[in-house]
Design a protein around this ligand. Sequence first.
Ligand code: ADP
Ligand code: MG
Length: 704
Amino acid sequence: MTMSLSTEVRMIKGVGPQRAELLAQRGIYTLEDLFGYLPFRYEDRIRFSKVKEIQPNGTYTIRARVMSGQAVRTMRGRDAIYHLLVQDDTGQLPCKFFHGGYLEGRLKPGQDLVLHGKVEVDRLRPARLEMINPQIETLSGEEIDSTEVGRIVPIYEAIGTFGSRAIRRAMYAAVQQVDLNMPDVLPEALRARLGFPSRGEAIIHTHFPTPEESLDALNTFRSPAQQRLIFEEFYLYQLSLALDRRAARKQNAITFRVREDAVREALKRILPFKPTMAQKRVLGEIVADLEKPLPMNRLLQGDVGSGKTIIALQGAVIAIENGTQAALMAPTEILAVQHFLSARRILSRAGYRVELLISGLKGSEKAAALERIRSGEAQLVIGTHALIEDNVEFARLGFVAIDEQHRFGVLQRKRLMDKAASHGHAPHVLVLTATPIPRTLSLTLYGDLDVSVLDELPPGRTPIVTRITSEPHLSGVWEFLRREAVAGYQGYIVYPVIEESKLELKAAMEEYERLSRDVYPKLKLGLLHGRLSSEEKDDVMQRFRSNEVQILVATTVVEVGVDVPNATVMVIEHAERFGLAQLHQLRGRIGRGARKSHCILVAPSRMTDEARARLETMVRTSNGFEIAETDLQLRGPGEFFGTRQAGNLGFHIANPLRDRELLELARREAFALVDDSAQRQALEDTLRALPGQWQQRYHLARVG
Ligand code: ADP
Ligand code: MG
């Protein structure tokens, strides 16, 4: 049977109802969606490395058979290391999996595996080599077919229980059956000029490269097939920006009056503290924009704790005083609720009506909130992604602020702006960020963007003391935290949890129980992680804010924006696993009051040089710009955003920093297409060739 791109994934061999459900949770419904799920890495399985060829510090893919395996609990009983011994026809190789307890009983002697990982010298027995934390795939007789070996093999990130190998097999079945002679949004002339393959070819060769393809090019996303897909994403996004700019030239923003006494009065009245010079200056820059008939598009960059929130609230007050609504979007519910509580405290006194919109609201509450937003009764609406859902309609949205903008995709930001555009004017937009991004990059990502910088911290802050310690010294850390709590202050203990899966959360939960029971029987502890319901999160945060809970054991859900000035201690466990930007954000949760705060980074005494350099940077400086710069040096520009952040920008394969040249090329090509009236037909053809869901994704529905 031939299939088309719109065929549902459950029609593919190897995808049953259960896997279709897992895919659906990731937004993958059709073959088109499936093809957009790209390998993050490739392995050369044309020829495996042999055990006897292995050298220290190299990364290898080997095919070998399990001899034995055993989990060993570490000293403190918190984690297990799994020791695995494998062999091929040239020798034996020990492998070590840190946090490998989950492998217990899963690997059987005699089983065939493909292992991929870095080989190091065993520190205790320097004559011996071992593979550290390899990625493994099991092979069984009938499965050793052309998708598994004898080729360059794509490695996919597992989707729940749908593992890389199973995804690969489904993908193989899909490319076999679909007609890849599909419509192409890149016209042939453009492709020929830039040397890109067709869309169908690009899809096949990205998932199943030919043996001649360079492994290195593939793993750095530089094969022609990948480059074409990356270009395509940027191109469509830039087309959308270009069309916006064209529309904005015809469509004015609402000009706000700020000079009037009533507005000035209102701005002063809401201020809970004396603004810093930097805050005054930045507000002035914003006011100048708001008084113009062109929509403001401004980035407010300021280190953690520099006081960005109040500026957004002042912008909102100007908008409200001018008879429009304002919206403030935050990346997490915890942060949205916190903004809501402080905005209500500050603004309700002055008679403004503040509304909260998060997905955790109950049906009737939500309906009522949506109605107040539609009628205009809600003047400032604060929320999460819930704000950009289709059912949210504003009466008259004039000002939009987006907090921690790096957590949102560029496309999500556009959706919020479009809520205002739907009633005839473009909104003024202010995006807040603590993560500096290079100027040329912000231009290509956000269009014509002005930048304001808050380069001064509010007065009365004492510098934070940061130190590195290791697990054997934890009891001293716990004692210090106990004394702070007894003295009336509070602290965080943060665990690295990446997926917030049940398995992964177990460590944080067990530790929470153990600490409550054995270490702090007289104190009140709270547990906060991403799997809790909105109400549960709210409840814990509420109790932490009121100091009813003294110690908050948390995952990185507290990373951005959480503001509890009474907290003076931040303990970060397994600090070596966090990136610099993350560590800096976490540390930013303390040092918000007058009392001296302490950040304690717990890490093993042995770690990679890079991890050590990261932690030492944290001890050396608390300047966010300096930290970002070091981060760039340590990891190189490609990794600056990290995969997570790149994913958050909303692109499938493109990464604006790694693929900067393609981004700039796409910008030139897209703007030329839109701005050149001679190309009108080509533009219309391009937009018509877009599959429906893409029109939505890139906001390219408007033809012409
Ligand atoms: P961020 O820039 O990280 O978002 P916040 O807006 O959360 O920072 O501000 C950090 C803390 O500093 C908050 O508790 C806020 O109330 C306080 N703050 C902000 N500006 C001032 C100021 N000018 N004087 C005193 N405290 C301030
Ligand atoms: Mg903030």
